[in-house]
Design a protein around this ligand. Structure first.
Ligand SMILES: [Zn+2]
Length: 250
């Protein structure tokens, strides 16, 4: 590791030590070390298994079948992925009471696996580890759906109401979950240090939350391998591998 990277990581930990209320915001970059493919990286299996837009899913049986085929294909790409040093570091902040909650764009559920209680993880894009009925909201487990789908080739329907069952993620064209967006905004206002980890901060509301925190007087710290849209307004930017940057806390 270069000296300047090491210095930046030292400064990051000094800032974390000084902060009273840390709110972390994570994106795909924190999970790549766990083997979860990043949507944007070249050669990503996401490219040939793009999620089906919401409108098409609702409108067409063929689209629902294709959506489920791609979903299970992608699941096979990160079967067995577990939390890494980055997840464990952020879980520790929550466990020690230094962080009231964490906001994530990820759908992999790894923050919960790392030990953060469900009610302290705000999932802006939903969760891909289970499914819900679009009509009644009933939760459906993938382990129950998959064998039936693979045997019958039919898109899953709700056992309660007969509605369409969809992965509990927020698809392109689907409304953002209001409750989660509000909670994320509340957390952004609670923070005295807003810590962005592994997000390029391009999509709404990812791009606005750090701005809300910053305007409210929080320090904005960004840890990412690549430049982000908000580096210019950040108080501190660490350009490093996320696991290496955070492992001291893990
Ligand atoms: Zn239902």
């Amino acid at each position: 590791m270069q000296d300047e990277t090491k210095d930046a990581i030292d400064e990051l930990h000094a800032m974390l030590d000084r902060a009273d209320v840390i709110v972390s915001f994570t994106g795909a970059g924190i999970s790549t070390e766990s083997g979860v493919p990043d949507f944007r990286s070249p050669g990503s299996p996401w490219m040939v298994n793009k999620p089906i837009p919401f409108e098409a899913f609702v409108a067409s049986r063929a689209a629902r079948i294709e959506a489920w085929r791609r979903k299970f294909t992608m699941d096979d790409h990160y079967r067995g992925a577990g939390p890494n040093r980055g997840h464990l570091a952020l879980a520790r902040l929550v466990r020690e009471g230094r962080s009231p909650g964490l906001i994530t764009q990820n759908i992999d559920g790894l923050h919960q696996v790392s030990g953060i209680p469900d009610d302290k993880v705000v999932e802006l894009h939903g969760n891909g580890t289970y499914a819900t009925c679009l009509s009644c909201g009933w939760r459906h487990e993938l382990a129950a759906i998959r064998p039936i789908f693979e045997t019958t080739g039919e898109p899953p329907v709700c056992v309660v109401c007969g509605g369409h069952v969809k992965s509990a993620t927020i698809s392109f064209g689907q409304a953002m979950p209001q409750k989660e967006v509000y909670r994320a905004q509340e957390l952004a206002l609670e923070a005295d240090l807003f810590l962005v980890v592994g997000s390029s901060l391009v999509v709404f509301p990812a791009a606005t939350l750090p701005v809300i925190a910053k305007r409210n007087g929080a320090r904005l710290v960004i840890v990412n391998r690549e430049p982000t849209e908000l580096d210019a307004i950040a108080d501190f930017v660490v350009r490093a591998e996320i696991g290496a940057a955070l492992e001291r806390l893990a």
